[in-house]
Design a protein around this ligand. Structure first.
Ligand SMILES: [Zn+2]
Length: 309
């Protein structure tokens, strides 16, 4: 009987990954995780594009359960852009997230909006890029679906839709407030963008705070980890990704050339970089070295405690 129960448990895991896309010339969709809960489904991150939102709703239908709650690991629009569609389908469901989006409303969003308006005004934006920008702007304006209705203010155990989860809050990491989950029952960590296979997305990062947060994730006894983008990782995968992350920060803090740091990442993180992405990752890492890791002191500290935000 026990063997049968284990077999059934293996056949029907109580969580499901909906992989995020990352097509060229478009913004990415973050990974989504559906967790079965007594009151319905907990949806961790909601993607950006219509196709991803449709995939979440189709998966919920296939599991035969209503969506009962949303958790946003962070406010980036590739993780929150589907909130409105899910709440249209399931009115009134709560959004659990940190309050870090409030800082973005006066900092990152107005800056990125100004840059996008300039790009459109230049006439260089392709029609599909304009459509993508307009969709992101609409998501920024929809505060009711962007801001948390249940603020995650500290690390602790929470019962979400009837399922007990260890909810962790990391201050000043990939954003000013990153939430990651550990589910002791499934021994599953859901890391959000604290772990991103092909490259750490440092657009709003405090790199040293991020390094600290990875130490907290390492302390959880997970067997599987879902990153913000990319394939599910084992414990060994996470350990080697974390080494690559630390090595990138150490390299950028040292005196060797920028190209050597890029090549170091390409080598250390090779198992996590899909073949189709190998040509575009060096540019991403170089961009983060220039705009964050080796930027002028004010810019480097922009998203760290006391930074200009
Ligand atoms: Zn992301």
């Amino acid at each position: 009987m026990l063997a049968l129960a284990l077999l059934l448990a293996a056949a029907a895991p109580d969580w499901q990954l909906i992989p995020g896309s990352f097509e060229r010339g478009r913004g990415p969709d973050g990974n989504t995780v559906l967790l079965d809960a007594p009151d319905g489904l907990v949806v961790v991150d909601t993607g950006r594009h219509q196709a991803h939102q449709d995939a979440i709703l189709a998966a919920a239908r296939a599991r035969g359960k209503p969506v009962a709650a949303i958790v946003n690991t962070h406010w980036h629009l590739d993780h929150t852009g589907g909130n409105a569609a899910l709440r249209a389908a399931f009115p009134g469901i709560p959004i659990y997230a940190s309050n870090a989006v409030d800082g973005a409303l006066t900092g990152f969003f107005p800056r990125s909006r100004a840059g996008a308006e300039q790009f459109i005004a230049s006439g260089k934006a392709k029609p599909e890029q304009v459509a993508e920008i307009r969709r992101d702007m609409a998501a920024m304006d929809d505060l009711a679906d962007l801001r948390p209705s249940r603020v995650v203010a500290r690390t602790g155990t929470m019962t979400i839709a009837g399922r007990r989860l260890d909810v962790h809050l990391e201050r000043y990491a990939a954003t000013a407030g990153d939430v990651w989950l550990y589910d002791p029952q499934a021994r599953l960590a859901i890391a959000g963008d604290l772990v991103v296979g092909l490259a750490p997305f440092m657009d709003t990062a405090c790199p040293e705070g991020w390094r600290t947060a990875l130490g907290h994730i390492a302390a959880a006894p997970f067997k599987a980890l879902v990153p913000g983008h990319g394939a599910v990782m084992s414990r060994a995968d996470f350990d080697s990704w974390r080494k690559a992350f630390d090595a990138l920060l150490d390299c950028a803090a040292g005196s060797v050339g920028r190209q050597a740091c890029i090549e170091g990442w390409m080598k250390d993180a090779a198992p996590f970089i899909p073949a189709a992405d190998k040509d575009r990752v060096p540019g991403m890492i170089g961009y983060y070295i220039d705009t964050r890791l080796r930027a002028a002191p004010d810019e480097k500290a922009r998203y760290c405690p006391g930074g200009p935000g």
